[in-house]
Ligand binder design. Structure first.
Ligand code: CA
Length: 226
């Protein structure tokens, strides 16, 4: 894989370059957020390893800009901080996964492998769902309403896909965490709520009165589109 590493700490950056090069990846490293955005949007990568704490441009902002330009690019956030707020901010900005420093080499390689498999398993055929006037193109990670197109993150598209498939029942938050995030681990259901709030801003006619992804009190979320 071609991997972009964004890390300002020289020792860690060099360590990651050595480690991933040894694992047969092609590696490019950047120490600053702005150059990372230029590189990540201008060149093609299979994965970005992104430090949250950068001197010039916050990792969350870097993630947001990369995601906007490259909706399906897998982004793995690295951080020394482990608070739930940081995780939620990272996921909100479109990160696909999250690893707290210090992490075990084996765990990093396993996460990279999981993201690679997930990207490879993404369906190539068009996957288009129309709901309440919104056209959701899950293959292209796009939603459009009245000609206005917005990008969806892989997780947002995953939520839409899963709720649509399970459209005869309410889906509990824990099930979405397991299905879409891959593990419940140390994530909280608030992560699901925040991601869905963001998704509604993109796809609902009136996000305060959602008709596509509806809340089922005491049960979770359900597909409401018709
Ligand atoms: Ca840092």
């Amino acid at each position: 894989m071609r991997i972009l590493i964004v890390e300002d700490e020289p020792a860690l950056r060099e360590g990651l370059v050595d480690l991933l090069t040894a694992a047969d990846h092609q590696v490019v490293a950047e120490a600053e957020g702005k150059t990372a955005v230029e590189r990540g949007t201008g060149e093609v990568f299979d994965l970005v390893l992104l430090d949250l704490m950068l001197p010039d441009l916050d990792g969350v902002e870097v993630c947001r800009r990369l995601r906007k330009a490259r909706p399906s690019l897998p982004i793995l956030m690295l951080t020394a901080r482990g608070s739930e707020d940081d995780k939620v901010a990272g996921f909100e900005a479109g990160a696909d996964d999250y690893l707290t420093k210090p992490f075990a080499v084996r765990e990093l390689l396993a996460r990279i492998d999981a993201l690679r498999r997930r990207a490879a398993a993404a369906p190539a055929e068009p996957e288009v769902i129309e709901a309440d006037g919104c056209v959701l193109d899950l293959g292209r990670l796009e939603a459009s309403r009245e000609g206005e197109v917005v990008s969806l993150t892989p997780r947002e598209a995953g939520i839409v896909r899963w709720l649509y498939r399970q459209r005869n029942r309410a889906v509990p938050r824990g099930e979405l965490l397991e299905r879409i995030w891959g593990s419940s681990g140390d994530l909280q259901t608030r992560t699901v709520d925040m991601t869905i709030a963001n998704l509604r801003q993109k796809i609902e006619r009136d996000p305060s009165q959602p008709l596509i992804v509806v809340t089922v009190t005491g049960a979770g979320y359900a597909w409401g589109g018709r």
